[in-house]
Design a protein. Structure first.
Length: 80
């Protein structure tokens, strides 16, 4: 699962796999803005066949937060 996650994040954010970890965030990734957050979540929802609650979007500060939301939805994923 983590491989698919990293692939999507890399594609949407336009960054190499090596820069993707739980601390990757808008603060340290210049291509990540609010619109990109929506695109990223949409792509992840399609890939993992889940629907995240829009109210949870406001708590997303980094990829670790997104991983946590996916886990809450039953997705088994590990990202370091």
């Amino acid at each position: 699962m983590a491989k698919n996650f990293v692939k999507i994040v890399s594609k949407v954010l336009g960054i190499p796999y090596s820069r993707i970890n739980c601390t990757t965030s808008p603060a340290n990734t210049s291509s990540w803005n609010s619109i990109v957050t929506l695109i990223l979540i949409s792509e992840l929802e399609k890939q993992f066949k889940v629907q995240l609650d829009i109210k949870d979007y406001s708590v997303i500060e980094n990829l670790g937060d997104i991983v946590g939301l996916l886990r809450q939805s039953g997705v088994k994923i590990d990202l370091e």
